[in-house]
Design a protein around this ligand. Structure first.
Ligand code: ADP
Ligand code: ZN
Length: 737
């Protein structure tokens, strides 16, 4: 339920509207028309409260000519708007971005607007929020439940709801704890300003290459025009320092900056690094924020007071009052592609936002996507290069280990040459990193007696054994169960066998090899919050860790000068599956993880374990001939008419009812328009044929570049009907193809 807002005072400059078209949030309906009551003033972009049936919902006023409505209603049948939210109207460039995103990704505009408003509660008029925290006084007779909740809450401060979640109890228990004096209320000022970053706080002396690169980026910021630029520099070349100069330039002009990071775990180290350069931390925006932090950030961003925001992809749609620069760091990362709700690619939307806002956009990467390099080749994006590492650091030496010629010992996964290198690294008191992109102990568990394999009941996926928590887990839906003692099929005891390695198994092997070494496993299971990431960084810096065993989480962005050895346990892992992007992805991932080695004064070594040392991607990694790899890969794409030359779109049809999903998929397949510029494959079972209990079928559209796929799909699906238990989702420019 929403508190009614006070009507905004009317302003002379506002176009007076008596009728308003409103995109109502949380509604499946299209835009709706309302009457603007006497004394209320709205304009396009105004955030309003609109009645819908018995409910009152937030919405945003839109230009009627830009948002056609299928339900034109006569003036006399219009309902009155209830109020206007006391927040600035969404500005025109953001409205254009919302329209573009909805149009391009075939999403409902309301779903995109929701991302701009983030949480509707961000709009309440109040300037404070009541949070609760422990008083430190524990009453004498607490129920065990209350006592445990209090323990879990610790020193955390937050809303009743947040404390209840943390303490794993109901809201009522939390209120009870307040009543007995174990918790107290704290008023948090959500309008308190963010401290201003100081562009001259600790500016580094740049190398000549860095100076040249930053001069170009700074000129773009002061020119105040749309200017997309690829900042292409090898790992450790100082890309961050260089784009920080552009950030400094924007701050000097009192304009806002947005830095997008691919991973929430990278936020914490980034905040620290930013503070070292600019004196204060920027505003963080990600899913881990508390409600009060979220509201304060939203208000600071919308008022223009918060100058620098660092965040995950969702920060892209926030209503910056005065945006001057967008940076997408590690721009090649797959996590910029959102695969739920609105299926968008944050890298591409960032460029579009830059276009509408008329500001520069920097895409920073050591391993840019083929698509991005093609934009450079076509002259649409500028390119700024940093060819060498900063300071004394050299690029690491990379060697392949042929697993057929030099196999690991029986039952082991680390080849002798890599073991030796780890030994030498330990002796030099330096740090090592072993990379394997597989969580858990083993990717497959089976019964040695009858061959039974453990499969997720909800997904087409094997259950993965996690020894640290003694459970089998599905990595797709999160379903877990205890590791059984008895095979459910043949009822034999203790016959379960782990097949293949996961990081936990590699960590076991490392412990056996180096019993006195300090070992850390870093995956989303162990590093699931920014605080955990900060802890990991601190332990690495204090050399409280000798050997890290990790998944792709450790390949990104980190800078540990004492880390000199990287071992890639299974470089072939990403190559199976027949995906056209597999080589590119493997190349990027291994370059990135190799790039963690030797970033300081000490030289780095990288060993890549592979069964196919002659594959083009392995050869390119060893020789360091990036250009040769990219041009060969680009040629493959051209021949296959794959992106960036041709394009793909997926239509995924899913339902708990397999037959219904299949029938709808066939119906859609039969209705496919016959076009010379487009081919439709399928329906076929989707790559994950069952996910979270839903059966999935996919049609894949392969189109020539010039075809407006969105228009085709809109017309095609627009004429069809399917049962409500069937969901149809279009994925434009899918990541895998
Ligand atoms: P990249 O993002 O290209 O991998 P970073 O920006 O993380 O590289 O830089 C690598 C390391 O070198 C960081 O510790 C950074 O602080 C340091 N560095 C880069 N350029 C400079 C400079 N001009 N002065 C001081 N330190 C620098
Ligand atoms: Zn599952």
């Amino acid at each position: 339920t929403l508190a009614p807002f006070a009507p905004a005072p009317s302003t002379r400059h506002m176009r007076s509207m008596s009728r308003a078209r409103v995109l109502v949030l949380n509604s499946a309906l299209g835009p709706l028309d309302y009457r603007v009551p006497h004394g209320m003033s709205v304009m396009p972009g105004s955030v309003v409260v609109a009645p819908l049936g018995p409910r009152q919902l937030l919405g945003v006023v839109w230009e009627p000519e830009r948002m056609p409505s299928d339900a034109e209603v006569g003036d006399n049948r219009l309902r009155n708007l209830v109020g206007v939210a006391p927040v600035p109207p969404l500005a025109a460039p953001l409205r254009r971005l919302i329209e573009w995103t909805a149009d391009y990704y075939l999403a409902s505009p309301a779903a995109v607007v929701r991302m701009a408003l983030s949480s509707t509660s961000a709009l309440e008029g109040s300037k404070t929020i009541t949070e609760y925290r422990a008083t430190g006084e524990v009453p004498a007779r607490l129920t065990p439940q209350r006592e445990q909740a209090l323990e879990k809450i610790g020193s955390f401060q937050g809303l009743i709801r947040e404390l209840a979640a943390l303490g794993e109890v109901s809201d009522a228990v939390i209120r009870g704890l307040v009543k007995v004096g174990a918790l107290e209320a704290v008023e948090v000022d959500i309008d308190s300003p963010f401290p201003a970053p100081d562009p001259d706080f600790a500016a580094p002396a740049l190398s000549p290459d860095q100076r040249a690169a930053s001069a170009t980026l700074v000129a773009d910021v002061t020119a105040r025009a749309f200017a997309p630029t690829l900042l292409d520099g090898v790992t450790g070349s100082g890309k961050t320092e260089v784009y920080f100069e552009a950030v400094a330039a924007a701050i000097r002009e009192n304009r806002q900056c947005l830095v997008l990071l691919p991973e929430i775990a990278l936020t914490e180290p980034f905040l620290k690094r930013f503070a070292a350069r600019f004196g204060v931390q920027p505003v963080a925006w990600h899913s881990g924020l508390r409600q009060s932090q979220r509201r304060r950030a939203w208000r600071g961003i919308a008022s223009g007071q918060a100058l620098v925001t660092v965040g995950a992809r969702s920060a892209l749609f926030l209503p910056y009052a005065n945006l001057g620069l967008i940076v997408v760091d590690e721009a090649h990362e797959t996590s910029f592609k959102q695969e739920e709700g609105v299926h968008y690619h944050a890298r591409d939307v960032a460029v579009m936002r830059g276009k509408f806002e008329e500001i520069p956009v920097i895409l920073a990467s050591a391993t840019p996507a083929i698509e991005t390099r093609q934009q450079v080749a076509l002259g649409r994006y500028a390119e700024v290069k940093l060819p060498g590492r900063w300071g004394a650091a050299e690029m690491p030496a990379i060697e392949a280990i042929d697993l057929i010629a030099e196999p690991p010992e029986r039952g082991r996964w680390i080849a002798p040459r890599l073991v030796k290198a780890m030994e030498a690294t330990l002796e030099r008191r330096e740090q090592s990193l072993l990379f394997l992109n597989r969580r858990g102990y083993a990717p497959l568990t089976l019964c040695r007696t009858c061959g039974h394999r453990f499969q997720c009941p909800n997904c087409t996926a094997w259950m993965v054994e996690h020894r640290l928590v003694r459970r089998l887990a599905c990595h797709h839906c999160g379903h877990t169960e205890p590791v059984p003692k008895i095979c459910p099929e043949c009822h034999n005891e203790d016959t379960l066998a782990a097949v293949g390695p996961g990081v936990e198994r590699i960590a076991d092997e490392v412990t056996e090899l180096f019993p006195t070494a300090k070992i850390a496993v870093v995956t989303s299971d162990t590093m699931w919050s920014p605080a955990k990431a900060a802890e990991f960084v601190a332990r690495m810096e204090a050399h409280d860790i000798d050997i890290v065993v990790g998944t792709q989480l450790v390949t990104k962005g980190y800078h540990f000068p004492n880390l000199t050895l990287v071992g890639v346990i299974d470089a072939d892992l990403g190559l199976d599956g027949g995906d056209l992007r597999a080589s590119e992805r493997t190349f990027q991932q291994i370059c990135q993880v190799a790039g963690r080695a030797g970033r300081g004064a000490k030289p780095g070594h990288v060993y890549i374990q592979t069964h196919s040392p002659d594959a083009a991607v392995m050869k390119a990694l060893v020789s360091g001939d990036t250009e040769a790899f990219y041009s060969a890969e680009t040629e493959h794409r051209r021949e296959a008419n794959a992106p960036p030359f041709g394009r793909f779109a997926g239509i995924v049809v899913s339902s708990e009812d397999q037959q219904a999903a299949l029938e709808t998929a066939r119906l859609i397949g039969r209705a496919a328009p016959q076009l010379e510029a487009m081919e439709v494959y399928g329906p076929a079972p989707a790559p994950l044929a069952m996910l979270r209990g839903r059966h999935r079928f996919r049609l894949l559209i392969h189109a020539k570049r010039g075809l407006a796929v969105q228009d085709v799909v809109r017309d095609w699906l627009g004429g069809l009907d399917w049962p409500s238990k069937v969901r149809v989702v279009v994925d434009v420019d899918p990541y895998s193809f």
